[in-house]
Design a protein around this ligand. Sequence first.
Ligand code: SF4
Length: 230
Amino acid sequence: LSNNLLADKTIFDITKFTTLDFPNNPACILWFSKCNMACLYCYNSQIVRGEGKYTNREILDFLHTRIGKLNGVVLSGGECTLYPHLIELCEEIKELGFKIKVDTNGLKPDVIKDLIEYSLVDYIALDYKAPPSKFTQITKATSNEKFYKTLDFLIDKDFRFEVRTTVHSDLLQNADINAIILDLKNRKYKGIYYLQNFLQVEDTLGNITTPSIRLDKNLLEPSIPIEIRN
Ligand code: SF4
């Protein structure tokens, strides 16, 4: 990276070790600041609204110390695809020998395409936030068109990725989840659809409270494989 890019501060925080976030790979997580959504249940408000704290040089220095100890690096946030020099940063991370997982809301299909084209990503977790009727209400993003572009691109490419949804029962009901399941089936998504219950934390972007009901798998469409993560 050029000296300018090494001085860029876009990462808000680092989780130094996780075995939960990158399937089969002990990894660290880089939390990118900023997001192009403002989901009501988002509990990363400090990350979404805050500024980066670590320079790319500090990040790469840290990763140097993890060579041989970790397999992977998870790019999460916030929304990492907003960083204009993500490609260059991923090239550096790859040079150090790490696999890369990208967590994304899917609103930047061109960035996802580039990452795949340049072999800079090994696994993607794509958030399917809501069916069309609730997309804007929950995410505050005006259009879901780019999300579907990303989803269809990943399905067409047969890339290794997962689709997942965080469910808060006041925001998404069984009918909404079933609409997502049928849509994934129609688009020929082949992977497991992961659902996670919203867990109450303070300080969500939409100041929402504890959900009244937890997900009941028995009430969901059985047409694609589903896993509830918590
Ligand atoms: S939950 Fe929504 S607002 Fe929060 S980081 Fe993810 S996409 Fe952005």
